[in-house]
Design a protein around this ligand. Structure first.
Ligand code: ADP
Ligand code: MG
Length: 531
């Protein structure tokens, strides 16, 4: 018969690590949170092998005294709260005193720290949960934490780590999210001896968000503010033209803490009503400030979810702020009252002739303004005319920056500008593919594609032709691929989404195994996945 006993601190820490430390990115998250809590203005992160073999987080924050340093690696040791009711108004990222002991339990950890104004620094070493040493050292003010050999003593967990490139991307995303949330601080990421990126104090929110989301133009992000009943909202939304195929470019902060919030995401989506097509998700960053007493941050082990007691108010506030901001844009304003774009599209065809029945629909849409677009001519006429053997005699104008209205020999027609642009890209890709002179565009941050085993076979079979088309895709392990470059014409296209769709189409049996002789398949695909 077994009797009950209290777990040793080392075992307890290892268990806690199971919740807090999932992968290198989770360590980076915890350490950067500590740096920010310590008032740092510079946070520099360095990793090797995606953080699996080495992570270093250096800050210029408050530093720790020798005594605090020793305490910091003990379970439930925190400088951030004292009594239970402090939990009701937490203003720091940390409060559980679990991160350092948990990280130290599953790695070799070295902490060097010097309290601001002190003339001496201290170094502490922990290995697999055992405190090995605390001794004086020379170091600058602030704290440097180095983690080596993650999960060296828990091999089962090490097996779950992904390829270096995948882990590096996770680290990069986590850190970039902090950088977007704290534009007043400096951040940098180095991998091996390569500086991946850096953010500097003084950059604006749209600037940082654009860089972090890989948008070429910060002007595609619109800033907005709102305030109601003690809720303050600030953020940026991407114009509909830069919407994505999933929610990966949406970041929400509540009182500075990044949270996952489907509710807030839906509120933003609602604010866009009619401006996005089905399956499109806006790029967005939202920062919410509310009374900390209305937020419960103590509901999730890694503090990624929070409970808000006035979520409904927040949602309606957010929706309104987004809709208002969009309505201020000249080129989008009429859009809000006009029939939804999908209704106008009718079919997937890139143009339709306006006929009697449709005329009624138009008339019902009352007062649809027409804008003149001088550049439309070069952009549209050629491919459409080519494909449809239609003779456009004159471009009359542009509607909602979505449709071109043109005169033809028989009457007039509307051209879906988006579809026409796809068509242009398609023709150009095809042409350069056939001529064997495809231009590549390197990605600022390589993207990682994880696929099923079956899908990896399909992808593998098509790698050579994808390369010919301009993709630089490298295999990492069986089911992971790193995308480093895309066809230059695809700038702004979501490479993961297009490849995923390509694989799925192949799988669905629309098989064109020999892409070399049917490059249209591939070109069509990459041409239609604009971000
Ligand atoms: P928590 O953040 O929940 O308090 P941690 O285990 O993350 O718990 O950290 C324990 C304590 O160590 C913190 O409360 C803080 O006092 C100290 N500490 C950790 N990292 C730093 C740092 N980079 N600079 C200054 N103090 C730190
Ligand atoms: Mg912490």
């Amino acid at each position: 018969m077994k009797t009950i006993h209290i777990l040793s601190e080392i075992v307890a820490n290892k268990i806690a690590a199971g919740e807090v430390v999932e992968r290198p990115a989770s360590i980076v998250k915890e350490l950067v949170e500590n740096s920010i809590d310590a008032g740092a203005t510079h946070v520099d992160v360095q990793i090797q092998h995606g953080g699996k073999s080495f992570i270093r987080v250096a800050d210029d924050g408050s530093g720790m005294s020798q005594e605090d340093l020793s305490l910091s690696v003990q379970r439930h040791a925190t400088s951030k709260i004292e009594a239970a009711d402090d939990l009701d108004r937490i203003a720091t990222f940390g409060f559980r005193g679990e991160a350092l002991p948990s990280i130290g339990a599953v790695s070799r950890m070295k902490v060097r720290t010097r309290l601001r104004g002190a003339d001496q620094g201290y170094e502490l070493n922990v290995s697999g949960g055992h405190l090995e040493s605390v001794e004086p050292c020379s170091c600058r003010e602030g704290t440097i934490i180095e983690i080596r050999d993650l999960f060296f003593n828990t091999p089962a967990r090490r097996k779950f780590l992904k390829a270096d490139g995948t882990e590096r991307n996770h680290v990069s995303n986590v850190l970039a999210n902090f950088a977007v949330g704290r534009t007043d601080l400096n951040f940098s990421l180095t991998s091996g001896d390569k500086k991946i990126w850096s953010f500097h104090q003084g950059e604006t929110l749209p600037g940082r968000a654009a860089q972090s989301f890989g948008l070429a133009r910060a002007e595609d992000l619109l800033e907005f503010y709102d305030e109601a009943e003690g809720v303050k909202i600030r953020g940026v939304i991407g114009k509909p033209t830069v919407a994505r195929a999933n929610r990966s470019s949406q970041i929400f902060f509540v009182n500075g803490r990044m949270v996952k919030s489907p509710a807030l995401s839906f509120a933003v989506q609602d604010g866009f009503h009619g401006l996005l097509m089905h399956g499109q998700y806006p790029v967005v960053v939202v920062e919410v400030q509310v009374d900390p007493a209305l937020v419960d941050v103590n509901v999730h082990p890694t503090k990624q979810e929070v409970r808000l007691s006035n979520e409904r108010l927040l949602r309606s506030c957010l929706k309104r702020a987004v809709a208002q901001r969009l309505s201020q844009e000249d080129d989008m304003a009429p859009f809000l009252q006009a029939p939804a774009r999908t209704q106008l599209m009718g079919s997937a065809a890139s143009q339709w002739q306006r006929q009697a029945s449709e005329k009624q629909a138009w008339d019902a849409g009352t007062e649809i303004p027409i804008f003149h677009a001088p550049s439309a001519e070069q952009m549209i006429v050629e491919p459409i005319a080519l494909r449809n053997k239609l003779h456009i005699t004159k471009i009359l104008g542009q509607i909602h920056q979505l449709y071109i209205i043109a005169e033809t020999e028989e009457g007039y027609m509307l051209i879906d500008q988006h579809a026409a642009h796809e068509r242009v890209m398609f023709e150009e890709l095809l042409k350069s593919f056939k001529a064997g002179e495809v231009k590549q565009q390197g990605l600022l941050l390589a993207e990682t594609l994880e696929v099923s085993l079956k899908h990896s076979e399909i992808l593998e079979a098509h790698l050579p032709s994808l390369h010919k088309l301009g993709f630089d895709i490298e295999c990492f392990g069986e089911q992971e691929y790193v995308i480093r470059a895309v066809p230059a014409l695809m700038g702004g296209v979501d490479p993961k989404a297009s490849l995923q769709q390509f694989i799925e189409q192949q799988e669905a049996g629309k098989q064109v195994t020999d892409l070399e002789s049917h490059p249209e398949e591939l070109a069509a695909l990459v041409a239609c996945k604009r971000r």
